[in-house]
Ligand binder design. Structure first.
Ligand SMILES: [Zn+2]
Ligand SMILES: [Zn+2]
Length: 556
């Protein structure tokens, strides 16, 4: 047999480094690219009108012929949510996903009318996939959604392991984490480990789902009135615990929110959630049962204004209104940046006479699905990697994770804290830094992949912070005279009620426009003048810079 020539492997992230969200890790050699995960990030309030943020796919587009497969670690949005947008840009021959994630992806693609865009194959712990020179295999981990896996990529240059999202839960609700298998993988030798860092700031161990279940059960058992539980639709393990405890305490369940209904439907039909049909009722039937026999499960734990919980809290939901004696449980920790929205909704709920439970293990960051520091150490000990790259975290989390690896004996020069777009090269079992690849972000407005340019986002930001100010001017463009006084249309801008200032600005504009008209200006020149005069005036008075829209009506 002829000896194969060395073909170095590069490893890079297009998303997921320096942030929690839009995970996308790529492994590439001269012939092929395989991708691990294709997630979205949810924009905070600083991105008005933007629904999703996904990685910039330019590098993948430029290398489209090399793309062989996408491997999904589990069914969370920050790992699968970018798939429709990726597939609108690039043909991916096959997507490998564990069972529940595969169901969620199929459902999502149907929503986008893209079901025929992808071949989805399910994998399990004993699946082995050969993609050119790469051999990919999987190990089961525990997380907050069933069917979560770590991924092993064997290449002629060495072995790469990616942890996926995990915690080490010894009393999980679903299947066990495959610790012995992980130890074997480590014993055989791991050249480069990519391990998630979300909870790298949390000392100790993340509590088991069993503890979380006991705490939910305690709340459900002790509540006297209706229970309203809100959580992420993606937190299937949590939904399962809530519903199963509700059933055991003879409560009927009403589910509100489209994403929540979908999640429960899919999970029930695949056997991940066990709830008898007669336990689930329609929202309009809630009033037919005594209050203490009702549990309402809904979306909106982050205070999102369009989600079910907000609509219930502000009285705009058609069937469900808050009544005194209701207990509302927030069952997920706040995503950074959402604090104000959540506080608003809690106040609204409390004012309506509900009891709001926010300080339980359920929304304690410790009880998330992610490994705390001891479990991260455990992963490092099991895998004993020669080279280490922390992933899935903001910079400070990656840094802490890197320090832990060093404490556990990974050589400092063998640890790489990367940014999106930076790359590593694995060659003959050695890892060093490589050339960066093209990277960036793409903003998605609605379901449209036609990404929005940064200036549009900036305009929206200005509109939100400083408002909008339209100035209409009528001129006779033949005779170059002003026909009427300028008129204003103002939105979301603090000074709008000030009559005196408004008259002063009108006069100022009138004078400047008349002066300008002598020189027979173009419309563009007039618009620029109006922008400058009004912009300066408003800024001097209010220290604000609203978007100024000059509108010129011309008679001739
Ligand atoms: Zn996850
Ligand atoms: Zn994740």
């Amino acid at each position: 047999m002829e000896k194969s020539i060395s073909m170095p492997v590069s490893i890079y992230a297009l998303g997921g480094l320096g942030e929690v969200g839009k995970n996308m890790y790529c492994i590439e050699n001269d012939k092929s690219i395989i991708i691990i995960d294709a997630g979205v990030k949810f924009p905070g309030i600083e991105f008005p009108g933007i629904n999703y943020i996904v990685p910039d796919f330019t590098h993948l587009k430029n290398n489209r012929n090399k793309i062989k497969a996408l491997f999904i670690t589990h069914g969370h949005e920050d790992h699968i949510g970018g798939i429709p947008f990726l597939l609108q840009n690039i043909h991916v021959p096959v997507i490998y996903a564990p069972r529940l994630a595969a169901a969620l992806i199929k459902n999502r693609l149907e929503e986008y009318r893209m079901a025929d865009h992808a071949t989805i194959k399910e994998y399990d712990s004993d699946t082995k996939v050969k993609v050119d020179l790469f051999t990919v295999s999987f190990f089961r981990v525990t997380h907050s959604i069933p069917d979560s896996f770590g991924i092993v990529v064997d290449t002629p240059e060495g072995r790469i392991v990616s942890s996926g999202d995990f915690k080490i839960d010894l009393t999980p609700i679903g299947k066990d984490i495959e610790l012995t298998r992980m130890a074997e993988i480590g014993k055989e030798g791991v050249d480069l480990l990519l391990s998630e860092s979300t909870n790298a700031e949390q000392e100790g161990y993340t509590p088991s789902e069993k503890n979380v279940y006991d705490s939910i059960d305690e709340i459900i058992k002790n509540a006297n009135g209706r229970l309203i539980v809100s959580t992420f639709a993606s937190n299937i393990s949590r939904i399962q615990q809530v519903l199963e405890s509700a059933v055991s305490h003879n409560r009927k369940i009403a589910i509100i929110g489209r994403s929540m209904e979908k999640a429960v439907d899919i999970s029930r039909s695949f056997g991940y959630i066990h709830v008898p049909d007669n336990s689930i009722i329609e929202t309009e039937d809630v009033k037919r049962f005594p209050n203490n026999e009702i549990l309402i499960l809904c979306t909106g734990s982050q205070g999102e204004s369009m989600a079910a919980l907000s609509r219930i809290a502000n009285g705009s939901h058609k069937d469900i209104h808050i009544i005194p004696g209701d207990t509302i449980v927030f069952s997920s920790s706040a995503i950074p940046g959402n604090g104000i929205m959540i506080d608003n909704i809690i106040n609204q709920l409390a004012r309506s006479g509900a009891e709001v439970i926010t300080n339980s293990i359920l929304n304690d960051i410790h009880s998330s699905g992610h490994a705390s520091r001891q479990e991260l150490r455990f992963m490092l000990k099991l895998m004993k990697p020669k080279f280490f790259m922390p992933i899935h975290g903001e910079y400070r989390m990656l840094r802490l994770h890197a320090e832990m690896a060093e404490d556990l004996g990974v050589k400092k020069e063998n640890i790489f804290i990367l940014d999106n777009g930076d790359s590593l090269v694995l060659s003959k079992g050695k890892v060093k830094r490589g050339y960066p690849v093209e990277h960036g972000v793409t903003y998605i407005d609605g379901k449209d992949i036609n990404s929005l340019a940064e200036p549009v986002i900036n305009d929206r930001r200005v509109l939100m912070d400083d408002g909008m100010f339209a100035i209409t001017v009528s001129i006779d463009s033949k005779r170059n005279i002003l026909l009427t006084r300028p008129s204003f249309y103002v939105r979301g801008f603090i000074d709008q009620g000030n009559k005196q200032a408004s008259e002063e600005l009108k006069t100022l504009l009138e004078d400047k426009i008349k002066e300008k008209l002598y020189s027979k200006p173009s419309f563009a020149e007039l618009k620029l003048l109006i922008k400058e005069v009004a912009g300066l005036y408003v800024y001097r008075r209010t220290k604000r810079a609203p978007i100024i829209i000059p509108v010129i009506l011309s008679k001739n």
